[in-house]
Design a protein around this ligand. Structure first.
Ligand code: ADP
Ligand code: MG
Length: 324
């Protein structure tokens, strides 16, 4: 007997809710936000071949789908509450659904959030999530708050950096080769990003602006500069890099760090006087932060090397309709 749409929902995606007033099973879910808090809402879709490769383990796919959505809440300094899940899949594949649900719920449990509803349809594999979080009024971290003189920071794993996901992607594309163990490390960065929720919360009242890095630093920083009406100078050689990326030629290291994409780290600005609080926030969140430049009054992004010399690199962020 083959499973239908409702059996599928009941079997893999229905769990009793603890925080929401009503979860999966009715026409709407009912959420109970903390009185006085603002609701933070964000949606991200993952399409096979674009956002993930068919080689990804279902469990990692479930993790990644929720992680990239939580990353948006992190960038806003919001505390996650709940999420909905729109699943389009070609056929009912039990092993796939079991793994997907396991990865998704493991990360949900780690953040004490729950799946409250969704939609299930047949079609080419795509996974869309909407996450709900909350933040006190006036305390959300926004793209628009960077001021000249602020320092620019990026988060990263202790001992790791930006650009690893891109390195893994190039190996999958057959354009680069890495030894097995190095490949597994960068592959985990590509397939299992860590949403910086704790850092976002700790940066409330400290950072003046924040964004999460999904399309590559040079593209994403442009959104901050435009919304804040400022410019920036970034030291390309200050970008944190893992041992694996650091072993690559300098041009590739710069390119993947600056424009690699799929990093899911936070890029944020803070006044120089808040440096200790920035470091304390990172320590509390269990990740590292590195200062990579500063915000200027003069519009535009200036890339420099460790000696402060201008770098002329032609890099841009990923754009689905230009780069596809
Ligand atoms: P409706 O037709 O009223 O939109 P559906 O029949 O699509 O409702 O879904 C039935 C219930 O199952 C709803 O509560 C919906 O939120 C939930 N649901 C559907 N798909 C998913 C999914 N992939 N994950 C979690 N909940 C789901
Ligand atoms: Mg309905």
């Amino acid at each position: 007997m083959s499973l239908g749409e409702f059996d599928l929902i009941a079997r893999w995606f229905t769990r009793p809710v603890r925080r929401a007033a009503l979860g999966v099973g009715d026409d709407c879910a009912l959420l109970q936000p903390t009185p006085g808090q603002q609701l933070a809402v964000s949606t991200d879709t993952l399409v096979e071949g674009r956002h993930f490769l068919s080689t990804i383990e279902p469990e990692r796919l479930g993790h990644k789908a929720l992680a990239v959505n939580l990353s948006d809440l992190a960038a806003c300094g919001a505390a996650p509450l709940a999420f909905t899940f729109a699943l389009t899949l070609p056929r009912v594949d039990e092993a796939f659904l079991e793994g997907l649900a396991r990865g998704m719920f493991a990360l949900a449990d780690a953040h004490d959030i729950e799946l409250v509803g969704g939609d299930t349809t047949g079609g080419p594999l795509a996974i869309g999530l909407t996450v709900f979080g909350e933040v006190p009024p006036g305390q959300a971290l926004l793209r628009s708050g960077a001021r000249p003189g602020d320092r620019l920071w990026v988060s990263h794993p202790v001992g790791g950096g930006l650009g690893d996901a891109r390195l893994a992607l190039e190996v999958f594309r057959g354009r680069l080769a890495l030894p097995g163990e190095a490949f597994e490390r960068v592959r985990a960065r590509m397939e299992c990003p860590t949403p910086r929720i704790a850092l976002g919360l700790a940066l409330r009242g400290v950072a003046t602006s924040a964004i999460d890095l999904s399309d590559g630093l040079v593209g994403d920083i442009g959104h901050v500069l435009a919304r804040s009406r400022v410019g920036a100078t970034v030291d390309a050689d200050a970008l944190p890099a893992s041992e694996v990326l650091a072993a690559q030629p300098a041009d590739r290291r710069r390119e993947f760090g600056l424009a690699g994409g799929d990093d899911y780290e936070l890029l944020f600005s803070a006044p120089p006087a808040r440096e200790r609080e920035v470091q304390a926030a990172a320590a509390q969140a269990g990740c590292a932060v590195t200062r990579i430049g500063s915000i200027d009054a003069e519009p535009g992004l200036r890339l420099v090397d460790a000696q402060g010399r201008a770098l002329r690199l032609h890099l841009s962020g990923y754009d689905h309709f230009r780069d596809a």
